[in-house]
Design a protein around this ligand. Structure first.
Ligand SMILES: Nc1ncnc2c1ncn2[C@@H]1O[C@H](COP(=O)(O)OP(=O)(O)OP(=O)(O)O)[C@@H](O)[C@H]1O
Ligand SMILES: [Mg+2]
Length: 248
């Protein structure tokens, strides 16, 4: 189910002389586990579109749902959404602001409630994933090359362990080798995110399968503590262990 857009329209500076209709009546469905690329001319609205996916911008009209829930609903937790749907900006400079690389990548997980120590574990894992060398961890993000900045920006989002990763022009400004490296790493990440998703789904299925078992156990317990023995509950009592076995 994941992300769905229905009749989404977005207008910059509506009602002014600078009004721009960036998106018009977009309908789109991105199911779980997909690896999707969006292509379009410069200025066609790609960046505007993907900023809708984690509620960074609100559509002028239309609806956006994540796992079936309207992300602009009154009680919807958009902060939690932004943790699950990670967005790496087109221009890494828009995302990097700490004094050194490691602190920058720690920012997201610390914002999610981890201690600096715990955040560093996630940050180092994420930096390793994008092939960023440890000797550069203490550098200022602004001393880095374009490709290195991009990697740090991706790591900053990865360190928050998102379920969905959205990358805006991840290969822009990279040389062919850098472009291939980053695309390989993204493909690898997709595999890992997919494995994680499959694991979560399995856990959900096990939990759902355990429910009937719990219900049967409760019924059996109630039977045992029932004061009077009747023909009806004797029959249920006999049947219960059989259905319990089935539920297991
Ligand atoms: N902050 C903004 N204020 C006003 N107009 C904007 C703003 N951002 C984008 N636009 C306009 O909205 C339209 C879509 O821009 P957007 O950045 O989404 O395109 P894009 O497909 O990502 O382009 P690119 O390939 O160059 O990154 C363009 O006409 C652009 O000029
Ligand atoms: Mg763009």
């Amino acid at each position: 189910m994941s992300i769905e857009l229905k009749n989404v329209t977005y207008t910059y500076s509506p009602g002014t002389a600078y009004e721009i209709h960036a998106l018009k009546d977009i309908n789109l469905s991105i199911p779980d586990g997909q690896f999707i690329g969006i292509i379009g001319h410069t200025g066609s609205g790609k960046s505007t579109l993907i900023q809708h996916f984690n509620a960074l911008i609100r559509p002028t009209s239309g609806t956006i749902t994540y796992n079936g829930e309207d992300i602009w609903g009154e009680k919807y937790d958009r902060r939690a959404l932004r943790s699950e749907v990670g967005l790496v900006f087109q221009y890494p400079e828009h995302q990097l602001f700490e004094n050194d690389v490691l602190s920058d990548v720690c920012f997201g997980p610390m914002n999610q409630g981890l201690s600096r120590e715990e955040a560093e574990v996630e940050a180092k894992k994420a930096l390793q994933h994008v092939g960023f060398k440890e000797k550069n961890f203490s550098k200022s993000p602004f001393e880095l090359s374009g490709g290195q900045k991009k990697r740090v920006a991706i790591a900053g989002v990865l360190a928050m362990n998102p379920k969905i990763l959205i990358l805006d022009e991840p290969t822009a400004g990279l040389d062919p080798k850098g472009r291939d490296d980053i695309l390989d790493q993204i493909a690898e990440l997709h595999k890992e995110l997919d494995k994680l998703r499959a694991k979560e789904e399995k856990a959900k299925a096990v939990k759902a399968a355990a429910k009937p078992k719990a219900a049967v156990e409760k019924a059996v317990k109630e039977e045992k503590t029932a004061p009077k023995k009747t023909a009806a509950n004797t029959a249920t009592k006999k049947a219960a262990p059989k259905s319990k076995k089935k539920a297991e």
